[in-house]
Design a protein around this ligand. Structure first.
Ligand code: ARG
Ligand code: ZN
Ligand code: CA
Length: 241
């Protein structure tokens, strides 16, 4: 067992409507979801939904999250896209705060049907963090099914912690650099039945790094845990935490 790595979180709410100015309770619900999901304390694990084949690969990442600060910024802009404008006060958003010590999360309407996006480790410090739409953030308040269980943020933080999509963003032989996640041919959507096979082996459709509905993604693997935690070791891209 490892020591728990705690990640202090700063949430920047950027809103053009009062609905987008989500409540403190909704923000805290997302922190609670993260703490459950990253420690395998989420209800689906307890309910035994992970197929036997994958059960021994379920990881408690021993990574926790705590809410350090919330900023709230009004802007008349209604859609922000994916070019990082929300990360700059000069562009109507809010500047990043100490990204070597805090995970910055911008909550704003991205538009284009995009739920969230993330920056991988090692990128520009000014844009380090994740972006999530307000109606996909947390699991209480203004949340919209089937993305109403806070898993968009779990998925995006997976990227922020160096995880690739489980299908490796390519066809069957494309690697996600994690050995205990089976190769997959493509993303899965909705709530796939088990088993789902696109290559030779069963897809791990219930992994947070697939594209299934929130209710149908509920595990990280041990290999993903190792890949995430490596960032916090001496010399790692997130060693400041
Ligand atoms: N970047 C992905 C998107 O916007 C996030 C998918 C998250 N999936 C989920 N079930 N919440 O499509
Ligand atoms: Zn993704
Ligand atoms: Ca793999």
């Amino acid at each position: 067992t490892n020591s728990i790595i705690n990640i202090p979180v700063i949430v920047h709410v950027i809103y053009s409507t009062s609905q987008q100015n989500i409540s403190d309770a909704q923000i805290q619900s997302q922190i609670n979801v993260l703490n459950a999901d990253f420690s395998a304390q989420n209800s689906e694990i307890g309910a035994g939904l992970v197929p036997t084949e994958f059960a021994s690969r379920v990881a408690n990442s021993e990574i926790s999250f705590s809410l350090a600060q919330v900023t709230r910024t009004y802007s008349s802009r209604t859609e922000w896209g994916t070019r990082d404008d929300m990360k700059y006060t000069s562009k109507g958003g809010h500047d990043v705060i100490q990204p070597s010590k805090y995970l910055n999360i911008w909550v704003c309407n991205i538009g284009g049907g995009i739920l969230g996006y993330a920056q991988f480790p090692g990128g520009n410090a000014a844009t380090d963090g994740v972006v999530v739409g307000p109606q996909y953030f947390g699991d209480t308040g203004w949340v919209v099914a089937p993305f109403n269980k806070g898993r968009t943020t779990t998925h995006e933080i997976g990227h922020w912690l160096n995880l690739r999509h489980i299908w490796g963003d390519g066809r069957c032989n494309q690697d996600d650099f994690v050995s205990d996640t089976p190769t997959a041919d493509r993303a899965n959507y909705g709530c796939p039945k088990y088993p789902t096979v696109h290559c030779r082996t069963n897809d791990m459709t219930m992994n947070y790094m697939d594209y299934t509905d929130d209710a149908c993604m509920y595990m990280f693997s041990n290999g993903q845990k190792t890949r995430m935690r490596a960032l916090f070791a001496s010399g790692g891209a997130r060693q400041g935490f």
